[in-house]
Ligand binder design. Structure first.
Ligand code: ADP
Ligand code: ZN
Ligand code: ZN
Length: 749
């Protein structure tokens, strides 16, 4: 017999911002967890891969995830601590998910430990260990007539239970059985032995409800489905470019149905705001209770339960926001990303990743199709269609046959606005209300007024913690910073010169609502922004009011701009989009165009033709002109051409190093240190390295921020440079006062 090794070692991932893994000793058989550890180091402990362990760490404890066992000879036996406890009977992270996490860590240059734990529900990250209660339901099997008779005659109590189960439409659970007979446990056992009943975890609702049949597909939809059908079991990316209301969701539903029929599971991602009760209800009507939802409105435990249900196969559709992408499944057959252009798919703090791009990688690893849908495709996706990396489909008609309205510019340069509305717009509102239409006024600025200043001296209400102005919120008489949440009471006199003449400028949704209420006292006004919507329930309530179809005026920020289908809206008006024309961000034009087409697309989805207005003081601006003369795709292709000419993404890759500190100089110095490391790479001469420079909003939430941008059209060289320098970069430490991070595929340059 070979000698028993005294210990056995493994690497663990711990959620720390450190680019390293941690080695621990695992005791031999029996002492740890399930005791399945084998003595050989040749992978006998493979059963532990993906399980969480409680580990001693410093003077405390941390949860770590078992990555792989390591060669005993490579570890110092004396210095290596021993694991405390195994927290899971079965792995919480599948091998596929671990491979995806490794890819993310290497592509996004993020610490593996943090990425690994990002892939788990928050509830599990802390080391909590629990099995959610699942309710068993007993069902009757087909029963041989003789056996049936036998039970009836010889075991009346068993028969009573059996009868109750037979008569239920969807099985009985423990509580229900108990009410039939308090000695149910033994009776059930006996019936199970006779194989006349069986149990499963199915939810009771799933079998009873009648489901809505699919709609008869339009010619456009049929064409898309026909093409997609041939690629359902291979990796393929499909971009569904369909105007708002053209039936994209219907197409998703057909695909879901097909994959369900193949016993496959589906992940269906929507932007945070897109996950409305309207969509949930639609999914429920079509697929019954076969789905779970996951979003930020749920508690960690609820999200964990959704994750668990999907993993266990109790439900086959996961409908959720960004992080639902990490739902585990061993029979995933399709990923759908609705509103693929939406910037909420990019996580901008913690682990920086783009859910759409990670989803595509996941689909590739699993060799399954992924469908991206939107009315306003991102330039990246259009570019990928151009290069024939994605399949491209267009849905260009609404089932109601009304084209989305043409955008009409309203010149505001020489008119007096009443609460942000031009006389022309007000006339249009009157006209639509008279015809029982609903009106949508879109203003992407909440609060009463964005600028507050003294008329006498130079004083302006600025945030003490950020380089930003404070917004007046009139109803609560407060000046509020929209970046850090700082709030102070609106002063009666100027804090600087004590003059009483404090004025506010500009207009936000609160002021718009006030003005509109005054002008339309008898019309319901529904304002939807973060200040009026305290909860998802509240949001749902207001959306239901819109859904009812009664004439009303809806005032909203971007919360209302996407993902909703309200057939009664006949006029949508954007009050002010001009600041986007002068934004420093290279993505501003793309975002402006997407927003304009999304908002205008809210109108005219029902039986009545819609109108869309855009107020601007720059009607002659080429961007404004293109909005009225071209469709989204043509404008987007032009913008793409522009990006190509200046060599910006998607024709280049951007890697941003960001630092923040208590002083600007500390942040700049940290980045200078990073730049020095980068300069040791021979590849750097092929790359553009800009900075360090102060970030656009240098001070935010009390910290000074700087950035160093590395970008290049040559992705291969860029990645080579990073690979070369990463080992050294990883040793550039975060300190208690200066923090730095890497943002791959950053949205800024
Ligand atoms: P999108 O997702 O592109 O915005 P939806 O799938 O929500 O479009 O469809 C918009 C509206 O048109 C919905 O009310 C939907 O029920 C209806 N619709 C979609 N496809 C069809 C069809 N083939 N026949 C009839 N109505 C349809
Ligand atoms: Zn003053
Ligand atoms: Zn602030």
């Amino acid at each position: 017999m070979p000698d028993k090794p005294s210990s056995h070692f493994a690497s663990f991932a711990i959620a720390l911002p450190l680019y390293r893994v941690f080695d621990y000793a695992i005791e031999p058989i029996d002492s740890v967890g399930t005791g399945e550890i084998s003595n050989s180091s040749s992978g006998g402990d493979a059963t532990h891969v993906g399980k969480r362990f409680l580990l001693p760490f410093g003077s405390g404890k941390k949860t770590g995830l078992f990555l792989n066992s390591i060669d005993d000879s490579s570890v110092s036996r004396e210095k290596t601590k021993q694991v405390l406890e195994c927290l899971d009977d079965t792995p919480v992270l599948s091998e596929h998910m671990m491979a995806l996490a490794r890819w993310m860590a290497s592509y996004y240059l993020q610490p593996l430990g943090e990425v690994i734990f990002q892939c788990l529900p928050t509830h599990l990250r802390s080391g909590k260990s629990e099995k959610p209660d699942r309710v068993k339901f007993w069902h009757a099997q087909t029963i041989d007539a003789n056996l049936y008779d036998d039970i009836r005659r010889r075991s009346p109590k068993q028969f009573e239970i059996l009868l109750a189960i037979e008569q239920s439409t969807s099985g009985l659970n423990a509580a229900q059985l108990k009410s039939v007979n308090s000695g149910w446990v033994n009776l059930i056992k006996a019936l199970e032995l006779k194989q006349v009943i069986r149990w499963d975890y199915s939810t009771p609702e799933s079998s009873g409800a009648t489901l809505e049949p699919p709609l008869q597909s339009s010619a456009d939809q049929l064409q898309v489905l026909a093409q997609l059908k041939t690629r359902l079991d291979v990796f393929s990316v499909h971009l569904l470019d369909g105007i708002t209301g053209s039936g994209k969701t219907e197409v998703y539903f057909h695909l879901i149905q097909w994959q369900l029929a193949q016993r496959k599971q589906i992940i269906y991602l929507v932007p945070e705001i897109g996950l409305t009760s309207q969509l949930v209800e639609r999914v429920r009507r079509r697929f019954g209770e076969q789905f779970a939802t996951s979003h930020s409105g749920l508690t960690n435990r609820q999200r964990y339960l959704a994750w668990h249900k999907f993993r266990a196969g109790d439900v086959n559709i996961m409908l959720g926001t960004r992080s639902s992408l990490f739902s585990q499944s061993d029979r995933l057959g399709l990923i759908i990303i609705d509103e693929e252009h939406d910037s909420s798919y990019k996580q901008v703090d913690g682990i920086r990743y783009h859910a759409r791009d990670v989803a595509i990688k996941r689909a590739q690893m699993l060799d399954i199709p992924i469908v991206l849908g939107t009315a306003t495709p991102s330039l990246e996706s259009l570019h990928n269609c151009d290069r024939e990396h994605y399949f491209y489909y267009q849905l260009s008609q609404r089932p109601t046959w009304h084209a989305p309205p043409k955008i009409e510019l309203v010149d505001t340069s020489n008119v007096t606005l009443v609460s942000g509305c031009s006389p022309y717009l007000l006339k249009k509102i009157d006209w639509h209300l008279e015809r029982k239409g609903q009106v949508l006024l879109f203003l992407n600025r909440r609060g009463f007024a964005p600028v507050v200043m003294c008329h006498e001296c130079e004083w302006q209400a600025n945030c003490n913690h950020c380089d930003s102005k404070l917004t007046l919120h009139h109803r609560i008489n407060t000046l509020l910073c929209h970046h850090c949440g700082h709030r102070q009471t609106m002063p009666l006199t100027c804090p600087k010169c004590q003059h009483a003449d404090i004025k506010h400028y500009g207009i936000g949704t609160e002021q718009l609502e006030q003005g509109i209420k005054w002008r339309y006292p008898d019309t319901p006004i529904i304002r939807i922004d973060r200040d009026t919507i305290a909860s998802r329930e509240e949001f749902a309530k207001r959306l239901a009011q819109i859904q009812s179809g009664e004439p009303c005026i809806i005032i909203g920020t971007q919360m209302i701009a996407k993902g909703h289908d309200y057939p009664a809206i006949t006029l949508s008006a954007m009050l002010d989009a001009d600041q986007a024309l002068f934004s420093a961000s290279y993505r501003a034009s793309e975002q402006l165009v997407q927003m304009v087409f999304q908002v205008s697309g809210r109108s005219g989805r029902g039986e009545v033709k819609g109108e869309a207005l855009l107020q601007t003081a720059y009607t002659e601006h080429s961007m404004m002109q293109s909005l009225v003369t071209q469709n989204y795709r043509d404008i987007a292709l032009n913008l793409l051409q522009g990006r190509k000419m200046i060599g910006f993404p998607p024709y280049a890759r951007v890697v941003m190093f960001r630092a923040d500190a208590m002083t600007l100089s500390e942040a700049m110095e940290k980045l200078a240190e990073i730049k020095q490391v980068l300069q040791t790479s021979v590849q750097l001469k092929h790359l553009n390295c800009i900075g360090p420079i102060p970030a656009l909003m240098t001070r935010r939430i009390g910290r000074y921020r700087a950035q160093l941008c590395l970008f290049s059209q040559d992705t291969v060289k860029l990645r080579a440079a990073l690979r070369e320098t990463m080992p050294t970069l990883q040793s550039v430490k975060n300190t208690s006062t200066v923090k730095w991070v890497i943002d791959v595929d950053s949205f800024d340059i």
